[in-house]
Ligand binder design. Structure first.
Ligand SMILES: C[S@@+](CC[C@H](N)C(=O)[O-])C[C@H]1O[C@@H](n2cnc3c(N)ncnc32)[C@H](O)[C@@H]1O
Length: 494
């Protein structure tokens, strides 16, 4: 299905997991040409966001967030569209697995290594990291055009001799080879050099810088005799610069040049984080956005993967680099950002400065982000609960299996006031939850979890729905309180 209505530039305030399904519900499936995602890298404090956003999820939490976002992005992409997912080494493996799961391994279109800094830091670890990665996935690789940048050089030479290859007899008709080593007749004989065994099989006459008789050579060759004959009948030109004879193919040039996957300031003056910091300082002298990407990086991505008027999506918009560059390049854009502060202090003013603030879409108040009926905690709540739990490290026996699933099972059982045996199977064996609860309750940890969630709920101003019913009665944050009050186990439904 493809969206037929017009899409105008828009800034959406809210969690991408909620905004994206809304775009799909508005009929935008199959309408985005390019999606660039620069999510929190999960650096666990290694790199400061200076309080601008949360960057300390566990890997499973990060994976949950990204799985949901990528699923919607996949549906929003056009059949010839592509995803560009920017990560650093922290979640590179997770990101790759998720993309393979959602886009399919066949649609992997490359992994770009971007040299993100000119100033390596040597503070800790075995080596200093200077690179980020951008995973590129096609919605359907057979429909995705090659990413080209400029044209191949005219007169670029490709030597025919290829050390280690099989010896091939090469035959060049009169007039097809240019000689830079002088006119005259060259006698048949040995033209070998270290590593290359080559022989001129017959005398060859050269006049006015070209062969006037056949040139017959044997040598280990890059091309087969059949391929060479095809090139000759297609009008290819060759050159022999000197003795011993080593013909090279002269490319006609002017063909589109495929981009490489190494984007480096050293090789091609690609912009780095230092450029991004300078750009931010110009936009916001007092408080630059800390993890903005440089405009040059986005300029390259957007130019490679879209045409004017195409729709560009960024679900982690931050200071709005993607939207700003898309606007400058005449593309339409959709920017999603969950932080009101970031949107109002960075994204909106930046787009206003370009004369294109677009439509602002604010969320309908608090409809929770819950992956399923059986997700009891929001990611934020789990972020509070998890540090309270004992770690399995250093304990004997098997490590705790799926900690979050089991703890959510316990909370679910409290919330619904059901018997342990009625715990829905989505939480794993009820016996595991029961045993874990005994340990947590005996250590006083379960009380601490309840108190903490209660405090959070009151701080958020929530009223109404109980998280836990049992001996204790707490109130939940809005985001934890949306589940219907059935037990979830079909056996208990009346
Ligand atoms: C690394 S920054 C993006 C920087 C951006 N590329 C730029 O050049 O300014 C990540 C942004 O994603 C936002 N964010 C994090 N989780 C989000 C979510 N679930 N939905 C929407 N935005 C989110 C953060 O508030 C932060 O502004």
């Amino acid at each position: 299905m493809s969206f037929t209505g017009s899409i105008s530039n828009s800034i959406h305030l809210g969690d991408a997991r909620r905004v994206l399904p809304g775009l799909l519900a508005d009929g935008m499936e199959g309408s985005v040409k390019l999606c660039y995602l620069d999510p929190p890298f999960n650096t666990l404090g290694a790199q400061s966001t200076r309080g601008h956003y949360r960057d300390h999820r566990t890997t499973p939490q990060w994976a949950d967030l990204m799985r949901e976002v990528l699923g919607s992005v996949h549906a929003l992409l056009r059949h010839d569209g592509s995803l560009w997912l920017h990560v650093d080494a922290n979640e590179l493996g997770t990101a790759r697995l998720l993309c393979e799961e959602i886009f399919g391994a066949d649609n992997s279109s490359g992994v770009i290594t971007w040299e993100r800094t000119r100033r390596p830091v040597f503070l800790h670890g075995q080596m200093s990291s200077v690179t980020d990665f951008i995973l590129v996935y096609a919605k359907d690789r057979s429909k995705l055009r090659p990413f080209t940048d400029g044209a191949t050089e005219r007169s670029k030479r490709t030597p025919l001799a290829h050390r280690g290859n099989r010896a091939v007899e090469l035959a060049f008709p009169p007039g097809t080879v240019k000689f830079n080593c002088g006119d005259g007749t060259y006698s048949a004989g040995d033209h070998s050099s270290p590593g290359i065994d080559a022989h001129l099989l017959k005398d060859v006459a050269v006049a006015a810088g070209r062969n006037v008789t056949w040139l017959h050579l044997t040598m280990p060759s890059r091309y087969s005799a059949a391929k060479l004959n095809q090139m000759i009948s297609d009008g290819a030109d060759f050159i022999v610069p000197k003795v011993p004879f080593r013909p090279s193919y002269i490319a006609p040039g002017g063909n589109p040049k495929l981009v490489t996957n190494l984007w480096s300031w050293q090789l091609e003056s690609m912009e780095t984080n230092e450029d991004a910091a300078r750009q931010q300082k110009e936009l916001h002298p007092d408080l630059p956005f800390p993890s903005a990407k440089p405009e040059g990086l986005l300029r390259k991505i957007i130019t490679l993967a879209s045409e004017p008027d195409d729709v560009i999506l960024d679900c982690f918009a931050g200071s709005g680099t993607t939207a700003a560059v898309a606007e400058k390049l005449g593309r339409r854009w959709i920017a999603i950002e969950e932080s009101p502060r970031t949107m109002n202090s960075y994204l909106r003013p930046r787009m206003a400065g370009l004369g294109s603030i677009g439509q602002i879409v604010e969320p309908v108040p608090d409809k929770p982000v819950v992956a399923s009926h059986f997700q009891v905690f929001t990611d934020d709540q789990w972020g509070l609960v998890e540090p309270l739990l004992p770690n399995s490290d250093g304990r004997r026996g098997r490590p705790f299996r799926n900690q979050r699933q089991v703890v959510e099972g316990i909370a679910y059982r409290y919330r619904h006031g059901i018997a342990w045996r009625d715990l829905p199977e989505q939480f794993g064996p009820w016996q595991t939850a029961w045993k874990r609860h005994r340990v947590l309750a005996a250590d006083g940890i379960w009380d601490r979890i309840q108190n903490l969630l209660q405090a959070e709920a009151y701080a958020a101003g929530a009223t109404g729905c109980p998280v836990f019913v049992d001996s204790t009665f707490n109130r939940s944050h809005f985001q934890g309180s949306n589940l219907p009050f059935g037990t979830g186990n079909p056996a208990n439904d009346i």
